[in-house]
Design a protein around this ligand. Structure first.
Ligand SMILES: [Zn+2]
Length: 243
């Protein structure tokens, strides 16, 4: 299959060199197309035309064989189990440039530049809530809208809730691409999917509960699906900042 998705990961290892060894060891049964080091160096390990093993059991928008349709980028970061440091600016600049190149060489819609946690929400949390999706969006990579502000109080949906409000939320998440059953039950999978959504799109609070901010951000994303940030829009923003 021609790749039509980019999947971003963190390595989850303290030393990038160990992660590199693991990605190159035949016995590890894990590989990726690229590794981006903290200092911005990029190592290609698998050609874009070949399949790499980075997604595992996963789902997005009806597709379960994510390895066959995606390009995997491992970003060196020790991850949630080892202190979860910020991503250095140089590293993010390199990831952004790499993604732009991949988008040029392949046809990849903005909303198909995704986190590993988006396609495997119950198993994975990488690259996590510190990953600056907004910075990538500003350079024309991926899909992003400003998160709706968080208001204290107000109705929330959470684990164990049932009813139409849960169904309609599950429906919206499923429309965006998440692997979720529209059951009306706020089950553990729903909780995991909401957390994955928040890590990517509402990182200010990742708690697996649906507040008005989470719902409004999701609706805004759906309304703007397919929108590409144009050079004209970026120029307008720049002009506004400069004035
Ligand atoms: Zn991953």
């Amino acid at each position: 299959m021609r790749p039509d998705m980019v999947l971003l990961h963190y390595t989850g290892m303290v030393v990038a060199a160990v992660a590199l060894d693991r990605l190159c060891a035949p016995g590890s049964e894990v590989s990726a197309h690229y590794l981006v080091l903290e200092d911005g160096r990029v190592i290609q390990m698998v050609p874009e035309s070949r399949r790499a093993w980075h997604a595992g059991v996963s789902f997005w928008a009806g597709e379960t064989d994510i390895n066959s349709c995606s390009i995997g980028i491992e970003i060196a970061n020790s991850g949630h189990d080892f202190g979860y440091p910020d991503f250095p600016k140089r590293q993010i600049a390199a990831v952004t440039a790499l993604c732009r190149g991949i988008q040029t060489r392949n046809t990849i819609r903005p909303e198909r530049v995704l986190a590993h946690s988006d396609v495997a929400p119950s198993r994975k949390q990488d690259p996590g809530e510190k990953f600056p999706w907004r910075t990538l969006w500003d350079s024309g990579v991926g899909h992003w809208v400003p998160a709706a502000p968080i208001a204290e109080g107000g109705k929330m949906l959470t684990l164990g809730d049932r009813g139409d409000a849960v169904s309609s939320l599950q429906d919206l998440l499923s429309q965006y691409g998440y692997g979720i059953t529209i059951s009306g039950n706020y089950d553990s999978v729903t909780h995991d999917v909401v957390k994955a959504f928040q890590r990517h799109f509402r990182p200010q609070r990742v708690d697996g509960m649906v507040d008005e901010s989470t719902r409004a951000t999701l609706q805004d994303l759906l309304a703007h699906r397919g929108r590409v940030r144009t050079m004209a829009a970026r120029a307008r923003d720049f002009a506004r900042l400069a004035s």
